[in-house]
Design a protein around this ligand. Structure first.
Ligand code: NDP
Length: 242
């Protein structure tokens, strides 16, 4: 039961995040969607859904603190946090620049701290919280050309396991969803021949849909899911079975 609970979805205006925002809205949550810089996509999303959008960089702690404060005063205290925002900056490690390494660690791993820390004390004081983190199949199995991304996404899983233990007595669950390849801008940016090769390695025989990840978020966010914590839910069409 959502009963008007407030959910923040980072990177909630496009791709998987947009599907999560819409799915939670349909379940009765009051949703706030964060984004990084694509105003055009964010405004179109807001016009389509009526969901308020908040622009701040999830890699910047001060910006997150201010953005979360604004959301909590305009929408309400945050009960559900979906840390979804993420980027790729691929390249072979022996040619990778430190800038590419840092950009991915900042957006995909620092964001676990920057977006969770400002709101977790509120969750603890209210004895309720659902923290759902979007990792990746490539954080589980590793992926050539993605040392930065694989490291960040594996780090997300370690973070969840530790925070789940710290937060369990306060009614806060912390879980990870590790999607396989999902048909969003991120994956459609991969050259078609490489994408077709990837699809040939997915036993289900297709890319996943963003809505298939959103359904799992709705399940983990529910009030009745309080005994599920510290877990990683793999959703990848059997491409990699953990
Ligand atoms: P998209 O590129 O389609 O969307 C990314 C979203 O994140 C956008 O809303 C974007 O905002 C936001 N974002 C990016 N950087 C920042 C930032 N610094 N601060 C705030 N918001 C930011 O990505 P996907 O939907 O494909 O991916 C969503 C998540 O799922 C990511 O964490 C990704 O790693 C993970 N994932 C994706 C898979 C896939 O196959 N697509 C597979 C496994 C995991 P803006 O529009 O302003 O750029």
């Amino acid at each position: 039961m959502a009963s008007g609970r407030v959910a923040l979805v980072t990177g909630g205006t496009r791709g998987i995040g947009a599907a999560i925002s819409k799915g939670l809205q349909a379940k009765g949550y009051k949703v706030a969607a964060n984004y990084g810089g694509n105003d055009e996509a964010a405004n179109a999303f807001k016009a389509e859904t009526g969901i308020p959008v908040f622009k701040f960089d999830v890699g910047d702690y001060a910006a997150c603190e201010a953005g979360i404060k604004q959301i909590e005063s305009e929408v309400g205290p945050i009960d559900i946090l979906v840390n979804n925002a993420g980027i790729t900056r691929d390249g072979a490690f022996h040619k990778m620049t430190f800038e590419k390494w840092q950009a991915v660690i900042k957006t995909n791993l620092d964001s676990m701290f920057t977006c969770t820390r400002p709101l977790i004390e509120g969750m603890r004081s209210r004895n309720f919280g659902r923290i759902i983190l979007i990792s990746s199949i490539n954080g589980q199995k590793g992926q050539a050309g993605q040392t930065n991304y694989s490291a960040a996404k594996a780090g997300v899983i370690g973070f969840a396991k530790a925070l789940a233990q710290e937060s369990a007595s306060k009614g806060i669950t912390v879980n990870v969803i590790a999607p396989g390849y999902i048909a969003t801008d991120m994956v459609m940016a991969v050259p078609e021949d490489i994408r077709n090769k990837i699809i040939s390695t997915i036993p289900v025989g297709r890319l996943g849909e963003a809505e298939e990840i959103a359904r799992a978020v709705e399940y983990l966010a529910d009030d009745s899911s309080g005994f599920i914590t510290g877990s990683t839910l793999t959703i990848n069409g059997a491409q990699y079975i953990t």
